[in-house]
Design a protein. Structure first.
Length: 178
């Protein structure tokens, strides 16, 4: 299956909201209003992407939201990802596409995210992509968690560095470069 990301359009947001609120996704992700999604589309700090499978641009198969924090030394933060169909490789391929974008086009030093402890599927996907748990210095902890948005459940921070074996060699077609 071919999986790519394209920029989210305002006309996609009803679908995005439906996916975000769906019972199989809501326990694992934050919830934004339509106004918050719309604001992200208009902001240079946020990247809002639609997951497209096999070239069907008009049928969102999920979405990914990222925050560009390079200017404050915090790399690129994957705020939220949802794949509509689970366990078919869509989420991993979408993340591979985004990681290649972050390292090759944004030249990010690292990509990071927060995942709830109980979200074992997502943790497995991130781990197999090379993301690793990392503590942050206590003095900086509040600043990092502020980005995450003070979740009411414990979230783990996972990082993928551009220099990591799994972090550098992705190409934009989702395959590893030799
Ligand atoms: C997390 C998510 C984006 C992953 O996308 P996906 O398309 O379902 O994932 P993939 O099919 O690419 O990979 C799923 C992997 O998890 C594994 N898996 C499934 N359930 C699992 C579980 N309970 N524990 C551990 N691994 C599990 C699958 O076997 C597969 O691994 P493999 O390819 O190595 O065999 C998607 O499931 C989703 O939208 N979940 C709800 C929202 C969410 O949790 N978002 C992330 C918030 S941090």
């Amino acid at each position: 299956m071919d999986v790519v990301l394209r920029r989210t359009r305002a006309s996609d947001l009803d679908r995005v909201l439906a996916l975000e609120r769906a019972t199989e996704n809501a326990p694992y992700i934050g919830q934004w209003s339509l106004a918050q999604h719309s604001a992200a589309l208009a902001s240079a700090e946020w990247e809002h992407w639609i997951i497209v499978c096999d070239g069907d641009e008009d049928t969102p198969e999920g979405f990914l939201i990222a925050q560009d924090l390079r200017a404050v030394g915090k790399g690129v933060y994957i705020k939220r990802i949802v794949a509509r169909a689970k366990n078919r490789g869509v989420g991993r391929r979408a993340l591979e596409w985004f990681i290649a974008h972050a390292f090759q086009e944004l030249a990010a030093a690292f990509v990071w995210l927060a995942v709830f402890v109980h979200n074992e599927r997502a943790r497995h996907v991130y781990r197999t992509l090379g993301f690793r748990f990392r503590g942050v210095p206590e003095a900086e902890a509040d600043a990092w968690l502020e980005v995450v948005g003070n979740p009411d459940r414990p979230a783990l921070l996972m990082f993928l560095d551009a220099g990591d074996p799994a972090g550098s060699p992705h190409s934009h077609d989702g395959r590893r470069k030799s």
